[in-house]
Design a protein around this ligand. Structure first.
Ligand code: SF4
Length: 170
């Protein structure tokens, strides 16, 4: 233990300092989100993300919301493992035929009132993949959708803005 403490003292902090926040929209939208979530969801909005057949580009951006830069949990947004705990579904697409039944079951497992947001160009209208023998295309072709966040893929700030618009600006 003393050896480890001595080493820590000798080496000091070797990680780089956090660069200055150069994305003012992030804080601005985040604070609006926090206020709205406080009013409508008791300070905590639970989201279940569902990959209905995407290329995973949208998932990478959604996942970034949880990193230390965006840190969306500080604004009251939490990603949950089960639709039974969710207020909102974020669905990326296009919806593959193999995922169609799973999407219906996920929606049925999500308690009402709930919101469904289709994410990305694929979730919006099928995007690059469209409709085919393997793809149902837009999420709205399979389940009712309350809002759409476009982009290929949408950035984390686009996602935050879309979530804010879906729950309504104050
Ligand atoms: S919208 Fe773009 S990034 Fe998202 S699933 Fe479709 S092709 Fe991939």
């Amino acid at each position: 233990m003393l050896r480890i403490l001595g080493k820590i003292q000798r080496i000091g902090i070797i990680s780089e300092p956090l660069p200055p926040l150069n994305e003012p929209a992030l804080t601005e939208i985040g604070e609006q989100l926090k206020a709205r979530i406080g009013e409508l969801f008791g300070g905590s909005l639970a989201i279940r993300e569902v990959d209905a057949g995407s290329c995973n580009g949208c998932e990478l951006e959604i996942q970034a919301l949880n990193n230390s830069w965006y840190s969306i949990e500080r604004f009251g947004v939490h990603f949950v493992a089960s639709p039974r705990h969710a207020d909102m579904l974020l669905v990326t697409g296009p919806v593959s035929r193999h995922m169609e039944e799973a999407i219906h079951r996920t929606l049925a497992a999500t308690p009402e009132p709930r919101l469904v947001i289709a994410v990305g160009a694929c979730g919006a209208d099928g995007g690059e993949f469209g409709e085919s023998y393997a793809s149902r295309g837009a999420v709205a072709n399979v389940i009712p959708v309350d809002a759409v966040i476009r982009g290929c893929p949408p950035t984390p700030v686009d996602l935050m803005r879309g979530i804010l618009e879906a729950i309504g600006r104050p």
